[in-house]
Design a binder for this molecule. Structure first.
Ligand SMILES: [Zn+2]
Length: 407
């Protein structure tokens, strides 16, 4: 109740022009609701005002603005690791800086990725990252471009030859450029073996400075050694971790570090689109062989993570060119191959993801006071996770981007 009163007081205090907009109430009725925190409700109406959820009613009288019938309503998904700047160019090849595409063409391709992501049920992504993310983030936030809410690291920090002092300076520079977080490469790519690339001293400098600047730092690390160094450095979240060991995962629990392993979409996507990547950089024979070998390792690493008591395992797909819009495949993999119960998988992709991004007071659950980021799917993902493939409704901050109607 306290939240509801606060919300109403907030509306009353708004200027007249905004108040008329704010007072327009939108109601969404559904047969089933997953609240993103593990709760399941039947036959509910969610009341939205001014882009935010004001209450969740049992049943609900009168006509709903959107009657979703038998569909299941859940919070918009939070993908903690997605790359909207990666795309296939019009020649059907992975876009690189020297393929002749103009910055405008690249931005249009990014906007298409963003729209596909949103319409696929993901209402927030964290991009680690590219300089172009900033404009995409800002124009989506203005409301004219369809896409998920974006947090970005801008250009990642990856050069291991920098001194700790110049690394600290680079963290401050990213913040000045508008980064929401810092992304660090602490190990090689899986295609090159995943060995550590940064020293403890360098990671201490990077994650220490990020913390001093009030930014989270997320770290690409495959080897247990690089994961351990990032954890000891006080970094916020570790990505990938294909070679994680029980001992490093336990250390992450002790230090409260989030873990973002991928289950399979990223590798399968590369292999399915091999011809579009082949011959560019380390997308070669050896690189593809390494990714093929990584598929069972990634599932095993995910299972190991789940079996580590207290480890905060968030959902990040590492969506690259070819994967935008089918992000949920990695959640389906976690359930079908990783043995995760569906509701736990959904919680990792909603409330836990929001917490990891520092956004739990704004998104990640269907609860009064939070932004109205709501999706509906045909089926019940709590019992059949593949229902996430059948998105029928997408609302972000109270604005509807997709409604296919009841079938
Ligand atoms: Zn990535």
């Amino acid at each position: 109740m306290r939240h509801i009163r606060h919300a109403l007081l907030g509306i009353v205090a708004l200027p007249a022009a905004l108040a008329s907009q704010a007072s327009s109430t939108v109601t969404i009725r559904a047969a089933k609701l997953l609240d993103g925190r593990g709760g399941v409700l039947q036959n509910v109406t969610v009341v939205v005002q001014n882009g935010a959820i004001v209450r969740v009613e049992r049943g609900g009288a009168g006509r709903a603005t959107f009657d979703l019938g038998r569909y299941t309503l859940l919070p918009g998904l939070v993908d903690a690791h997605s790359h909207p700047s990666w795309y296939f160019n019009r020649a059907g090849r992975y876009h690189t800086g020297n393929d002749g595409d103009t910055p405008v063409q690249s931005m249009l391709a990014m906007a298409a990725n963003a729209a596909a992501t949103l319409l696929g049920g993901v209402t927030t992504i964290q991009s680690p990252g590219s300089p172009e993310d900033r404009d995409l983030r800002d124009f989506i936030a203005l409301g004219g471009v369809a896409g998920p809410r974006i947090l970005t690291s801008l250009q990642p920090i990856s050069n291991p030859r920098l001194t700790p002092d110049s690394m600290r300076a680079l963290v401050r520079q990213r913040k000045a450029e508008g980064a929401d977080l810092i992304k660090i490469f602490a190990s090689q790519s899986i295609r090159d073996g995943g060995a550590p690339t940064m020293s403890q001293e360098q990671l201490d400098a990077l994650c220490g400075e990020a913390k001093a600047q009030g930014l989270r730092a997320i770290v690409h690390a495959h080897s247990a050694e690089s994961m351990r160094a990032a954890t000891l450095a006080g970094c916020s979240q570790i990505e990938h971790g294909v070679f994680a060991t029980d001992s490093v995962l336990r250390l992450m629990v002790e230090r409260g570090v989030y873990f973002d392993p991928q289950c399979g979409l990223v590798f399968r996507n590369y292999l399915e689109n091999r011809a579009k990547y082949e011959g560019i950089g380390n997308y070669n024979e050896a690189g593809f062989a390494a990714m093929e070998r990584a598929i069972p390792l990634a599932v095993a690493a995910f299972r190991r993570a789940r079996a580590t008591p207290g480890l905060k395992v968030v959902w990040g797909t590492d969506a690259v060119a070819g994967a935008h819009g089918r992000n949920v495949e990695d959640l389906i993999c976690r359930v079908q191959e990783g043995g995760q119960p569906p509701l736990e998988a959904i919680t990792s992709a909603t409330s836990l993801g929001a917490e990891a991004l520092g956004l739990s007071s704004q998104i990640g659950a269907i609860a009064p006071g939070l932004q109205a980021d709501l999706i509906a799917v045909d089926g019940d993902p709590a019992t059949d996770i593949t229902a996430l493939r059948r998105v029928t409704f997408v609302m972000k901050s109270g604005k509807v981007y997709r409604w296919d109607g009841t079938r």
